[in-house]
Design a binder for this molecule. Structure first.
Ligand code: HEM
Length: 537
C-alpha cells in the first residue's frame, strides 16, 4: 500500500503529526465543546427567529464563509502527489548539494502538475503548457525545481510576465475564452513580442496536449548553476524524463475527453498511484563549463533557447517515483508553495533576467494567497530539518519560540549563522564577478528569435507538422481581428514559408510575403542537418 511504500520517509512522518481522522468520533466545536445538534439553529420558539448566541451556528457559518482562498494567479488548476527521489551516481564532482551526494539516500518529494491559464475548475485536456513543480525535502532544507513541460519560455525578461498573462487569460470585458489561447489578445501579444516564436512552435505542437502527467517531460527552463565543494561552478539545465516516454493526445481526442471527463489527467495520476503503478521520471542534467559560456550562437541566459542535446548531452543522474496520493487536496496540493528561489547549498542562480524576476514574484504572491508570512509553517511546506532564526509573529504563527532573544548578534542565546568555513557551513552565494553600467538595454545576444523555432519545425515528423498547421489554423482562425491574423502569419513565415502560407489560406488572410529566416546554428553538424534532437512523442 502507498503508506507502506512511503514508510520511513521523513516528510511522511512529519505530516503524520497533523493528520486527524474524524471517523467514529463525537463532534465538537473548534473550542472543544461537544455539539448536541448540528441540524437546527437555536431559535426563540420553533418558528424562530434565530438567536445570535448560538455559538455553534456562528462558528460553523463563519468558517464556511472563509473557506476559499485565492486561486494561484497562474497555474491555478493542478494536481499533486508524494514520492521519493533516488540518485544513480554521486554528483560530488559537480555540486555540493547534499541530496546529490549519496546513492543510498532517498529524498522525499512532492510534485504538483498544472495547466497555466485555466481557472481552478477548468478542463485538464486544454491546449496549454503544463507546470511540473517538484519540492525536494532535503536534509539541508527545501529545494524547489519549479519547471514546465516545455524547455523554453514565452518571454526573456520577467518584467513582461504580467503582460503575457494579461494577454493569454480570458479577455477582461467578457471573461472569454476560458483556458484557451484562441483569442485576439493572445495572438496580438504574440505578433508584437516576437521573442515568443520558439515557444509558440512548441505550444502549437502536440506537447501542449499531453496524454498523461505520467508521460510528460519536465524542464527547469532557466540556466542554473551547480557549485561543488571547491567553489567551482558549472552552468546547468534540469530535465525530467518520464520512464513511460513522451505521449500526447491528438486535438479531437483532447476535446472529446475534456468534454466527457474534465478531470481526465488528475484521475489518471490518482488511479495509477492507487493501483501501485507508480509514475517514474529520471532526472537529467545538461552542464556547461564556466569557460564555455560564450561558445554558443545563442545566449545561455536566454530562456527562449534550449541547449541542443547534440551539443550538450543530458546526463541522467537519478529517478523520482510518485508513490502516494495526497490525503487532502486543499491541505497539500492547494497550500503548497513552490518557489524557484528555494535552493540548497550547491545549487545557485544565474543572471537570466526571467529567473531573476521569478525570484521576487513567487513569495510575493504567496504572501497574499496563503495569508501572511507564516506559510512556511503549513505542514506541506515545512522543511524536514528544524528551523531556527529570529523571525517572529505575524498572522497565524504556530511556532512557540522559547526564550527572550529574537535578535542577532547576541550574547544571551548564542544562536549564530554557520560560518562558511564550518564543515556544515551556511549557504554562500556564488561569488560571480559582475560589472556594467546600469541600463534597461537588452543584450544583442538575445535577438535571434527564429533559428531554434525553425530547427524545431524542421525536426517534426510529417504528422506532427500537420498537427501544428491544424493548431495554428484553429487557434488563430478564432481571432476576430483580421489585422492580428495577418500579423501572425507574417511573423511565422520566418519559421517556415509553407507552414505560414498554408495557415494563411486556412484562416482567410493574404499569403505572407516575407522569407524564412536563416538558421544561425551553433555547430556545423546542426546547420547541415537543420534539425535538432528532440525527445520522441
Ligand atoms: C506558478 C510567476 C515563469 C513555472 C507561478 C505563480 C506565479 C508565477 C506568481 C503562482 C505561484 C503561487 O501562487 O504559488 C511567474 C513569473 C514568471 C514565471 C513572474 C516569469 C517571469 C515561469 C517559468 C516556469 C514557471 C519560466 C517554468 C520553468 C511555474 C509553475 C507554477 C508557477 C510550475 C505552479 C507551481 C505550483 O504548482 O504551485 N508562477 N512564473 N513559471 N510557475 Fe511561474
Amino acid at each position: 500500500d502507498q503508506r507502506k511504500d512511503a514508510d520511513g520517509n521523513a516528510k511522511d512522518k512529519q505530516l503524520e503529526r497533523f493528520r486527524i481522522n474524524n471517523d467514529g468520533k463525537k463532534m465538537n466545536t473548534n473550542q472543544g465543546i461537544k455539539v448536541s445538534n448540528d441540524e437546527d439553529s437555536l431559535k426563540a420558539g420553533v418558528r424562530g427567529p434565530t438567536i445570535m448566541e448560538d455559538f455553534h451556528f456562528r462558528e460553523k457559518m463563519t468558517h464556511f464563509d472563509h473557506e476559499r482562498i485565492p486561486e494561484r494567479v497562474v497555474h491555478a488548476r493542478g494536481f499533486a502527489a508524494h514520492g521519493e527521489f533516488e540518485l544513480y551516481e554521486s554528483m560530488k564532482e559537480f555540486t555540493r548539494a547534499n541530496f546529490l551526494q549519496d546513492t543510498s539516500k532517498k529524498t522525499p518529494v512532492f510534485v504538483r502538475f498544472s495547466t497555466v491559464v485555466g481557472s481552478l475548475g477548468s478542463m485538464d485536456t486544454a491546449r496549454d503548457v503544463r507546470g511540473f513543480a517538484t519540492k525536494f525535502y532535503t536534509e539541508e532544507g527545501n529545494y524547489d525545481l519549479v519547471g514546465n513541460n516545455i524547455p523554453v519560455f514565452f518571454i526573456q525578461d520577467a518584467i513582461k510576465f504580467p503582460d503575457l498573462i494579461h494577454a493569454v487569460k480570458p479577455e477582461p470585458h467578457n471573461e472569454m475564452p476560458q483556458a484557451a489561447s484562441a483569442h485576439d489578445t493572445f495572438w496580438d501579444f504574440v505578433a508584437n513580442n516576437q521573442e515568443i516564436a520558439h515557444m509558440i512552435m512548441w505550444h502549437m505542437s502536440d506537447r501542449t496536449i499531453p496524454r498523461s502527467f505520467r508521460m510528460m517531460e519536465g524542464f527547469g527552463v532557466h540556466t542554473f548553476r551547480f557549485v561543488n565543494d571547491k567553489g567551482r561552478s558549472r552552468f546547468v539545465k534540469f530535465h525530467w524524463k518520464p520512464v513511460l516516454g513522451v505521449h500526447s493526445l491528438v486535438w479531437d481526442e483532447a476535446q472529446i475527453i475534456g468534454g466527457k471527463d474534465a478531470d481526465f489527467q488528475r484521475r489518471d495520476l490518482w488511479e495509477s498511484i492507487e493501483i501501485g503503478d507508480y509514475p517514474e521520471y529520471e532526472l537529467g542534467v545538461q552542464m556547461i563549463n564556466k569557460e564555455d559560456e560564450f561558445k554558443f550562437d545563442f545566449d545561455i541566459l536566454d530562456a527562449t533557447k534550449l541547449w541542443p542535446e547534440e551539443l550538450v548531452p543530458v546526463k541522467k543522474i537519478g529517478k523520482m517515483t510518485l508513490n502516494r496520493n495526497v490525503d487532502n487536496v486543499f491541505a497539500e496540493t492547494e497550500q503548497v508553495a513552490f518557489h524557484p528561489g528555494n535552493v540548497v547549498p550547491g545549487i545557485d542562480f544565474t543572471n537570466d533576467p526571467l529567473l531573476q524576476g521569478r525570484l521576487f514574484s513567487y513569495i510575493d504572491t504567496q504572501l497574499i494567497r496563503l495569508g501572511g508570512p507564516n506559510f512556511a509553517e503549513i505542514p506541506i511546506n515545512r522543511p524536514i530539518c528544524p528551523i531556527h532564526n529570529n523571525q517572529r509573529n505575524g498572522f497565524s504563527r504556530q511556532t512557540i519560540n522559547l526564550g527572550k532573544v529574537s535578535y542577532h548578534k547576541n550574547s544571551l542565546a548564542g544562536n549564530t549563522p554557520s560560518t562558511s568555513t564550518e564543515k556544515e557551513g551556511g549557504f554562500v552565494h556564488y561569488e560571480e564577478k559582475v560589472e556594467g553600467r546600469i541600463t534597461r538595454a537588452r543584450s544583442k545576444s538575445f535577438d535571434d528569435h527564429f533559428s531554434q523555432a525553425r530547427l524545431f519545425w524542421n525536426s517534426m515528423s510529417p504528422p506532427e507538422k500537420q498537427h501544428i498547421i491544424d493548431a495554428f489554423s484553429f487557434e488563430v482562425g478564432k481571432v476576430k481581428s483580421k489585422s492580428v491574423r495577418q500579423q501572425v502569419v507574417d511573423m511565422f513565415v520566418h519559421v517556415d514559408k509553407v507552414m505560414a502560407t498554408t495557415v494563411a489560406e486556412n484562416i482567410g488572410v493574404n499569403r505572407p510575403t516575407g522569407e524564412q529566416s536563416k538558421v544561425i546554428a551553433s555547430s556545423p553538424a546542426l546547420s547541415q542537418a537543420n534539425t535538432i534532437k528532440l525527445p520522441q512523442t
